[in-house]
Design a protein around this ligand. Structure first.
Ligand code: F6R
Length: 610
């Protein structure tokens, strides 16, 4: 979703802003712009399309300043054109704003401002906000105070940055629901919607919390609450390398991230297994283990791929720890009346840690006194900070919009949590050791699967023109079927559905003919024979079958048009392996269709609006 970047210091801000916007491209966007203060003037350059378009145009303009803000917009109000792109000016072009989020009461505010003589050029909620700020500024308030007063009138989510011709020595930023971080430099300061644009310049950051507003100057910053209380904030250090956020020699971030999985899973496991005792040790849950293990019920809530990981978690925890588990979309959880009690544990899973629906569901669970745990990738993210306790998955920055390495690391951490709970309950140390050993072997097993990349690319070639796909799996691999279908949809725009394999005969079987490819996830587990029967049902109707299996001979080879043979592991960990060929299949099909796999149309990496 929208990306925010800003600079104040002694250098020309324009290249810094453009570089920052490029680093934010992964969030998904459809227009980009920068705005600067230049003496007594304010200048904005903004265009529909990619940051490269903005960069080309700026090269022809005279834009040089020591203070500026930049934005990538993911359209919510109004189509993605130049007029609706950010920054937005107030009516007399002396104040400008960039905004991530949605102002829910913008139409009421707009009517009020129109009555007072304000005119609007765009269809955006953001232009309403900058004119509201203008109104308070013209009443004689400082820029900080004008922003604060305006925000008190606003309902909705925002991360904003504001600069003004009449106070050219500061950027005012504020946060409510959408992320905002200050990068602290020497004689220069930065702002951004996440830390990626800051890494080349500084590791020292201050995360704003909801309801906070800050004034940032070249050599200082101060933070207050929206009710004007002075706040003291801690400067935190970010551990991230510039290498981690570059593509290296790979053509796409997505491929790099798929290939990184043996390493990212190793990082998720690092220092967290005591193999001799078959135990897991999760630093972020210390002090909460008993309460978690004694939960009457565990609810897992998340969105998208993280929700699929939650479904696998349900199978893991119920089978091994014997605690009932429910998995719910965060967007549904937040809007019903969930029955929660203090003996419930709610686990929220989120790669970005900023997903608006997940964050809101988490606040609801806290309000209802459940124990709230976060399983996040982005360190210092809102969900990580709001949880009572939690576990970082340590997958490293995930830049490709389609989630890949975060999923396998989420599964790894869910397996560690299962082990932690189960060993406190009914699991023997022998069984614990079996799981911990299998977990430790996973990175090597993943490496073997990644060697099949060329083979999978060839299979992909056969399906570039497919219009539909079915993904079918059972047990632990039913959620993998959902995830495989989601990956294909997101980046290749081919319609795909995931189903529990046995459900096929209750409806989707009607779709099967010689044009319908069906991907079966069929590791050699307790229900292998049943899955074989499901494959027979597809074959009998001339469907094309691609199978992910542990063997490539016998019955399964007769039934499959293509077999991708992967190594074995214990049942509960099979999803960490079976998903990899599906990621690669989706990737290669999308590349062969000539699509932008890292930034698929309409999608955003971090969904910070409802
Ligand atoms: C799929 C994908 C999305 C996210 C979802 C939740 O490839 O990336 O479905 O999984 O938007 O995002 P997080 O995990 O950041 O809360």
């Amino acid at each position: 979703m929208c990306g925010i970047v800003g600079y104040i210091g002694s250098k020309n801000c324009v290249p810094i802003l453009i570089d920052g916007l490029k680093r934010l491209e992964y969030r998904g966007y459809d227009s980009a712009g920068v705005g600067i203060l230049d003496g007594g003037d304010a200048k904005i350059a903004k265009y529909a399309g990619k940051v490269a378009v903005l960069e080309d145009n700026i090269a022809r303009m005279k834009m040089d300043s020591e203070i500026g803000i930049g934005h990538t917009r993911w359209a919510t109000h109004g189509e993605p054109n130049q007029v609706n792109a950010h920054p937005h000016f107030n009516s007399d072009e002396t104040i400008m704003i960039i905004h991530n989020g949605i102002i829910e009461n913008y139409s009421d505010l707009k009517i009020m401002l129109e009555k007072e003589g304000y005119n609007f050029r765009s269809e955006t909620d953001t232009e309403v906000l900058v004119n509201l700020i203008d109104k308070y500024f013209k009443l004689g308030n400082s820029l900080f105070e004008a922003v604060r007063r305006a925000l008190k009138k606003v309902n909705g989510a925002y991360g904003i940055a504001v600069i003004a011709v009449n106070e050219p020595d500061k950027i005012i930023v504020a946060k409510n629901g959408s992320p905002l971080v200050i990068g602290v430099g020497e004689n220069e300061n930065f702002i951004a919607s996440d830390v990626t644009p800051l890494i080349p310049y500084t590791r020292d950051v201050v995360y704003l919390e909801d309801g906070e507003i800050a004034e940032i100057k070249k050599d200082s910053f101060s933070v207050r609450s929206i009710s004007n209380k002075i706040l003291s904030k801690t400067i935190e250090s970010v551990e991230m390398d510039v290498d981690e956020i570059s593509k290296g020699s790979y053509p796409h971030y997505m491929l790099k991230e798929i290939m990184e999985q043996p390493e990212s899973v190793k990082n998720s496991l690092r220092g967290r297994i005591i193999h001799e005792e078959g135990l897991s040790k999760l630093g972020g849950l210390i002090g909460f283990e008993e309460r978690i293990a004694n939960s009457k019920r565990i609810i897992i809530s998340a969105c998208g791929t993280s929700w699929h990981a939650g479904l696998v978690g349900e199978y893991m925890i119920e089978q091994y720890a014997g605690i009932p588990v429910e998995v719910e979309y965060a967007s549904e959880f937040r809007y019903r009346e969930p029955i929660l009690c203090k003996d419930d544990t709610v686990i929220f899973i989120s790669q970005s840690g900023e997903t608006a629906d997940t964050l809101a569901a988490m606040k609801e669970a806290k309000r209802r006194n459940a124990l709230v745990l976060g399983v996040c990738n982005v360190v210092g993210s809102s969900i990580a900070r709001l949880s009572d306790a939690g576990v970082y998955i340590h997958a490293g920055p995930e830049i490709g919009v389609a989630s890949t390495k975060a999923f396998t690391s989420q599964l790894t951490v869910l397996a560690l949590i299962t082990l932690m709970i189960a060993r406190r309950k009914r699991m023997s140390s022998v069984k614990g050791r079996e799981i911990s050993e299998a977990l430790l072997q996973i990175p090597d097993r993943m490496k073997e699967i990644l060697k099949l990349n060329d083979e999978i690319e060839k299979i992909a070639e056969e399906f570039v023109d497919a219009k539909n796909f079915l993904y079918l799996g059972r047990g632990f691999n039913f959620p993998v079927a959902l995830e495989g279908a989601l990956k294909l949809k997101e980046i290749s725009y081919i319609h795909a559905e995931g189903y529990p394999a046995a459900e096929m005969k209750h409806g989707p079987i009607a779709l099967i003919d010689e044009n319908m490819p069906a991907v079966f996830i069929a590791p050699h587990d307790a229900i292998y024979d049943k899955v074989l029967s499901n494959i027979e049902e597809v074959k009998a109707r001339k469907g094309k079958v691609i199978t992910i299996a542990n063997e490539s001979n016998g019955k399964i080879s007769e039934l499959s048009d293509f077999i991708i043979k992967i190594p074995k592991t214990i049942n509960m960990l099979t999803p960490i392996l079976t998903v990899i060929p599906l990621q690669l299949l989706a990737y290669h099909i999308a590349v062969k269709k000539g699509l932008n796999v890292d930034q698929p149309r309409n999608l955003a990496k971090s969904v910070t609006v409802e």
